[in-house]
Ligand binder design. Structure first.
Ligand code: NAD
Ligand code: TYD
Length: 352
């Protein structure tokens, strides 16, 4: 197969591209990414010369580019991750979320439908989404695939819209679409704007750790590698038109995660004269419309496809901390913006 991965230079995308290059050597992986602030080709430095891999810089909203790519590469599978993904940014500037997540998904669905109809290809379109489309839970209950959509943030509303488009393209046009809705991911190569890498950076640098509101918001955390394995499984074996929830059965209050992270950072770096890093925890103004609790019921993917997560959170977090500490240069480049030079310096000439 030739699989088009969109957003493959981002956090989950780069972990997925690396995973697919290794697990599917007989397939070709084409990574289409615009390289927004969240796209970083250094994430893929160790696999960029693989013979079954090609990077294309481009926008999922660019219909002409999509048309030529689908035909020239004979794309017969799409795993669509390209998105604006950060809730705080969506609150500050929702327009880009509607453009990329809604219009971009629309453009991609249409390009796939058009190319596959013209070329007589039975392609599969896997739309990667989030549990945030279901809204917020109280202290009880779980999101199942039957839970009604009730997105609260501009980010989750734009992802919900894109889920609906993907579902409709199956229902109306008979396109082979699968959708996955996953909980919060953590692990290597996550841009330092999301909770865990933000806290690792700041704890390392002895800076205040900003916990929103009372820190009682709950997320269900999953290691990115477990997510990638689930995506590949659904892409390979999921039923056309079906949605699969993916989660770690691993609920944590933000304040408990940040406390554990402080303790693991103390373990990794030692406690300085000032004492445990827990002293850095600082409660700050809450995020507007902050969803209280997400929790996934992942029974379907377990029962139908035999997936369950392999990482436990305590060891996964420890390993992630170790990764960030060992990759201080990568992190510094993210923080000072110099990661944006990577494409020009190391890549441009090779790919053309
Ligand atoms: P990310 O922000 O790290 O990466 C997004 C990637 O998409 C970047 O490489 C960026 O350059 C690219 N991109 C953005 N706009 C583009 C455009 N117009 N054209 C082409 N490429 C573009 O995001 P992530 O955390 O890796 O999330 C990937 C996907 O998984 C998203 O669809 C997100 O909604 C979903 N998801 C994320 C999580 C999570 O915890 N991070 C959980 C569940 C689902
Ligand atoms: P985040 O990583 O932004 O993911 P999402 O909002 O998509 O769940 O945030 C995870 C949780 O951590 C969320 O409840 C907001 C909270 N949070 C903080 O308390 N402080 C921070 O600096 C960040 C980035 C997030």
């Amino acid at each position: 197969m030739t699989i088009l991965v969109t957003g493959g230079a981002g956090f989950i995308g780069s972990n997925l591209v690396r995973h697919l290059i290794r697990t599917r050597p007989e397939d070709r992986i084409v990574n289409l990414d615009l390289l927004t602030y969240a796209g970083n080709l250094a994430n893929l430095a160790d696999v960029e010369s693989a013979t079954n891999y090609r990077f294309v810089q481009g926008d999922i909203c660019d219909r002409e580019l999509l048309r030529s790519l689908f035909h020239s590469e004979r794309i017969d599978g799409v795993i669509h991750l390209a998105a604006e993904s950060h809730v705080d940014r969506s609150i500050l500037g929702p327009g880009e979320f509607v453009r990329t997540n809604v219009e971009g998904t629309f453009a991609l669905l249409e390009a796939a439908r058009d190319a596959w109809t013209t070329d007589g290809i039975q392609g599969r379109f896997h739309h990667v989404s989030t549990d945030e489309v279901y809204g917020s839970l109280g202290s009880e209950g779980y999101f199942t695939e039957e839970t009604s959509y009730r997105p609260n943030s501009p980010y989750s509303a734009s992802k919900a819209a894109s889920d609906h488009l993907a579902r409709a393209w199956h229902h109306t046009y008979g396109m082979d679409v699968v959708i996955t809705n996953c909980s919060n991911n953590y692990g290597p190569w996550q841009f330092p704007e999301k909770l865990i890498p933000v806290m690792i950076c700041k704890a390392r640098d002895d800076e205040p750790l900003p916990v929103y509101g009372d820190g009682g918001n709950v997320r269900d955390w999953l290691h990115v590698q477990d997510h990638c394995e689930a995506i590949e499984l659904v892409f390979r074996e999921g039923k056309p038109g079906r949605t699969y929830n993916i989660g770690g059965n691993n609920e944590w209050k933000n304040i408990d995660i940040v406390t554990l992270l402080c303790d693991q950072m103390d373990e990794a770096l030692g406690v300085g004269v000032n004492g445990s890093r827990r002293r850095l925890i600082t409660f700050v103004k809450d995020r507007p419309g902050h969803d209280r609790r997400y929790a996934i019921d992942a029974q379907r993917i377990h029962d139908e496809l035999g997936w369950s997560p392999r990482h436990t959170f305590e060891s996964g977090l420890r390993e992630t901390i170790r990764w960030y500490l060992a990759n201080a240069e990568w992190l510094a480049a993210c923080m000072d913006g110099s990661y944006r030079e990577y494409y020009k310096k190391n890549y441009d000439e090779k790919t053309g």
